[in-house]
Design a protein around this ligand. Sequence first.
Ligand SMILES: Cc1cc2nc3c(=O)[nH]c(=O)nc-3n(C[C@H](O)[C@H](O)[C@H](O)COP(=O)(O)OP(=O)(O)OC[C@H]3O[C@@H](n4cnc5c(N)ncnc54)[C@H](O)[C@@H]3O)c2cc1C
Length: 396
Amino acid sequence: MPPPSVPSALVIGAGIMGLSAAWGLARAGFAVRVLDQEFAPNPRGASVDHHRLIRHAYGARLGYMRMVDAAYAAWDLVWEEIGEPLHVPTGVVAMAEASGTGWIAESRAALRGDGREVTDLTPEALAMRLPMLATEGIADAFHLAPGGVLLARRIVAALADRLKRRGVVFERVRAVRLHPDVAGVELFDGSDRVADLLVVAAGPWAPQLLPEAVAVQAGVIPSRQVVVMLEPPACHRPAWEAAPMLLLRLTEEGRGFYVVPPVEGTPLKIGDHRFSLAGDPEADPREATPAEVEAVLALVRARLRDAADYRVLEARACYYDVAPDERFVVEALTPRCFVMSGFSGHGFKFGPLLGLALARAACDGALAAGLAHWAAGEAPPPPGLLADLEGETNVA
Ligand SMILES: Cc1cc2nc3c(=O)[nH]c(=O)nc-3n(C[C@H](O)[C@H](O)[C@H](O)COP(=O)(O)OP(=O)(O)OC[C@H]3O[C@@H](n4cnc5c(N)ncnc54)[C@H](O)[C@@H]3O)c2cc1C
């Protein structure tokens, strides 16, 4: 009797989404080939930086808030796979200059509505907890114990390495045209690759690669985002090393910043919550301009005690792909082609979870529509989509 044939999959993109899809598909029995224009970890990819945050505070976005428990369970499987947990728990402090309305108030209501423990912080408690910050004028604050830092660059490197040892093939090539109906792709050198299944996880390059009608319908736009790494003065270093991640909303609608504390030798990092919705991930320089650096520092300066004593270590521009309402696009374009796109500034934490779910839907076409709605944050997962996580303790 001939041996049963092994289904094959091509994955475009070796960021966290492509690697996670490759991992899910390899676990499901596919022979997987990953194509990327760079070696992983690609320093120009949206996934590659010292860190990415995982937290439940999600404003009124109940779908994504509820996905975080399953995301943690999927990360537990990744830690087993790569042999070490690359996550540092820090907890979360969320703060706002206005009380009673906006993202912080919505997050608190949503978290409490789901029975999660949220500790409100009085101005005195906040000042004690964060002595390196000027907390005057913060009108609302809470602490959430779960949440932490995912060591992103190390995760991408370890996952790519582990997949190679599992037999996944990596090729450094540039894809120029997709053939979703036949799970095929044309490459820059004129050759092509075909498989039983194609997954397109091209990050901020997706709008350039996807068929135009698909890109327009998904509404995904690349967005240049600047992050600034700082060295705090020696007197504040111990406080920063013990700090939670900080999410601060300023009074002006939509303005705010996040701070990633220095963990495991990584720098203190500041980022802007707003999207630029501009720029070209391929053509534009990645050095941040002095004006871009100043725009980030201007957000945070008034909140840092001894701000003049902080030193800028590095500032760089990253790109991510933003879809309307920051919803994820994880959809079957055809029965043989899935697209993973629109992960904006909040996708990394969900990478392994989405990779496992996509692999399930690839094996059972009836799950594909439910996958898309769930990944868009609009609906609970259909039965069977998260079967890989059954028995994992972290799933609520
Ligand atoms: C500054 C910043 C802060 C963020 N903070 C957080 C956070 O705190 N928490 C969180 O959960 N998420 C966060 N995110 C979001 C998250 O990191 C991204 O959404 C996620 O990493 C996207 O992964 P990806 O695999 O889709 O894209 P990428 O990592 O960009 O991977 C896409 C890959 O596809 C390859 N590729 C593209 N086109 C082609 C082609 N034609 N041929 C061959 N290869 C191709 C690229 O080379 C690239 O390696 C942040 C993102 C940024 C930029």
